[in-house]
Design a binder for this molecule. Structure first.
Ligand code: ADP
Ligand code: MG
Length: 581
């Protein structure tokens, strides 16, 4: 029988159209099935309708002005929730803009999925010049933890499942999911489509440490005369807050928090050695690292910041086995998830645990008190224009009074000084530039912090740092988010006082003097403040945070107050050529 004959034969009985679904809906259904409720992105070809449909299907879709900030939002959503944050971008240029955030998420161990539309394989692979042609999968691969492409609607469920598992399991990180334009329009039977979806069971399974590893770690810890715990952002991510607090308090070992681990225990905790960090690192004999890497932020575990070579023994808890011995020898590697490892150490300490010698804890306490006392007068200066210290002294009090607010912080001096001066009181309340020390995370992090937690957000931004994502104040106003941005305006990068020696142009590190960033906020209907003293700053921020409305405080800082590159000026290479006299 010919095909035509068959059609003629069957037409009399009018068949009900089978229920159909398509690529768009399968992507949305796959995300929702896995408890993902929010997408951060920028619309455009070929994913405009995906955003529309996701919104129509009840997902929260937050549209940004630039993909990098949508990507940063997704990354920090992942850090805050342990679910992969989703960033949705258009092909080629939009994808590349999002890729910086994906690479940063991977570097910081934040779970995130960058979903990007892409052009058609047939044309891309023959390099025939498609609209926004680019081999995105190949480009993403070396910059993230895993990268996948889906070509058939029936594989969307598996593709999304693979992406979620890759992002969340083991050491979390960024995953790229490439969805060519044609995929979205592909239709298939709705029931078969539903069946093709996968709900990922236990995406980040517990990884329990070996008992021998725990015993070894406890032996080393027991032998210590001057032990120290270093808490990193992995410890904050793990959400094992109670167990970590119990470990610190039961062991009686002083601890130093890395910047995004601040608040895991309140910075005012008696065992916090944060304000005695240099002494703590230098003089400790055994260091227990919990979710912190011995990278540049810890001087690679050697050199000037530490004692004589070989005098410090390291125990390291990390989910990634290859992290061990990456910079110096780890005498007691404890591989596993932080919740399980910390609990196992606690169980192993038992009742007979001996707290560390009191001369060590007293030494650190005295050092800490001395450092705090030395800092105190600087925080109270009422000079105008303000110093960094005085402005941060005001914000420090505000954060103390509003411990559940989330602090986003970037800049050079604004970052380094805020990290030391502003105490944190609750876990995962401090979000900052992370492992790369990247500028531009500010508004993306702030938006996601507000969206994911519903808490007020205080963004403390250097004027340069703010510039990277400043246009997103429109996004903040559009969604009416409770974000108060304080721009530390010192007319430039590090300082606002440099000049071009030839007298021709502005120096490379200065901005338009006396800019009014507050008016950017006003342009979109938010509230702007212009302040020149700590008292005015306090009043403005309190008013803004009480209102719950978008606000920007332009805080005038002395242009001469900052130092080069904040406290990492030593990383600047110096020319070996001596100037001729
Ligand atoms: P910091 O910069 O605060 O020192 P890092 O980002 O350098 O923190 O280190 C975080 C570490 O935490 C990474 O090595 C990562 O593998 C680890 N990590 C993240 N999540 C977990 C977890 N749930 N269990 C164990 N280790 C984890
Ligand atoms: Mg500046």
């Amino acid at each position: 029988m010919t095909a035509l004959a068959k059609i003629v034969h069957t037409t009399p009985e009018i068949e009900a159209e089978p229920d159909l679904t398509d690529g768009f809906h399968l992507v949305i259904d796959a995300l929702k099935l896995n408890g993902i409720e929010t997408i951060y992105g920028v619309p455009g070809i070929p994913i405009t309708d995906l955003g529309r449909m996701a919104q129509a299907e009840g997902m929260r879709v937050i549209s940004f002005r630039h993909e990098q900030h949508a990507g940063n939002a997704a990354a920090i959503a992942g850090f805050l929730t342990q679910k992969p944050g989703i960033c949705l971008t258009v092909s080629a240029p939009g994808f590349l803009n999002g890729l910086t955030a994906l690479a940063n998420a991977t570097t910081n161990c934040f779970p995130m999925i960058l979903i990007s539309g892409s052009s058609e394989r047939e044309i891309v692979d023959l390099q025939q010049g498609d609209y926004e042609e680019m081999d995105q999968l190949a480009i993403a691969k070396p910059l993230c933890k895993a990268a996948f492409r889906v070509l058939h609607a029936a594989d969307i469920g598996i593709g999304v499942a693979r992406a979620i598992r890759a992002a969340c399991s083991g050491r979390p990180g960024g995953v790229y999911l490439d969805l060519p334009a044609k995929l979205f329009a592909q239709v298939m039977d709705a029931e078969a489509g539903q069946k093709s979806l996968v709900k990922v069971i236990d995406p980040a399974p517990a990884q329990r440490p070996a008992p021998e590893a725990i015993a070894r770690a406890l032996d080393v810890l027991k032998s210590a005369k001057r032990p120290l715990i270093v808490l990193g952002k992995g410890a904050a991510y793990a959400q094992a807050d109670e167990a970590i607090r119990a470990l610190v308090e039961t062991s009686g070992i002083p601890y130093v928090p890395m910047s995004m681990a601040k608040g895991l225990l309140p910075d005012t905790h008696p065992l916090s050695a944060g304000a005695a960090r240099s002494t703590a690192l230098k003089d400790s004999d055994v260091v227990l690292l919990i979710g912190a890497r011995l990278n540049w932020l810890l001087s690679h575990g050697k050199g000037k910041s530490w004692g004589e070579p070989g005098s410090t023994k390291f125990i390291q808890i990390d989910i990634e086995p290859r992290e061990m011995d990456s910079n110096v020898e780890i005498v007691a590697p404890v591989v596993g998830d932080i919740a399980s490892c910390v609990q196992a150490l606690l169980d192993g300490m038992g009742k007979g645990w001996q707290q560390p010698p009191s001369d060590w804890t007293e030494t650190l306490k005295a050092k800490r008190e001395a450092n705090i006392a030395k800092m105190a007068p600087k925080l109270m200066s009422n000079a105008s224009p303000m110093t960094f210290h005085a402005a941060l002294g005001a914000l420090r009090t505000i954060v103390k009074e509003r411990p559940d607010a989330i602090l986003v912080n970037e800049g050079a001096n604004t970052l380094d000084l805020a990290r030391g001066i502003i105490d944190m009181y609750q876990p995962r309340k401090r979000l900052d530039v992370g492992t790369w020390g990247i500028m531009g995370i500010g508004m993306g992090f702030a938006v996601a912090a507000a969206v994911e937690t519903g808490k007020p957000v205080l963004c403390v931004e250097g004027d340069s740092a703010f510039g990277f994502s400043g246009m997103e104040v429109e996004t903040i106003c559009r969604y009416g988010l409770p974000i108060c941005i304080v721009v530390f305006n010192n007319n430039g990068i590090y300082r606002g006082t440099d000049t071009d020696p030839t007298g021709r142009d502005p120096a490379t590190t200065v901005f338009v003097p006396d800019s009014r960033y507050d008016r950017m906020m006003e342009a979109f209907g938010g509230v702007g403040y212009h302040v020149t003293t700590p008292d005015e700053l306090t009043r403005a921020v309190n008013e803004a945070m009480n209102s719950g409305r978008p606000a920007l405080v332009n805080a005038v800082i002395d242009p001469a107050a900052g130092s080069e590159s904040g406290n990492i000026g030593s990383l600047n290479p110096q020319s070996g050529i001596k100037k001729k006299k």
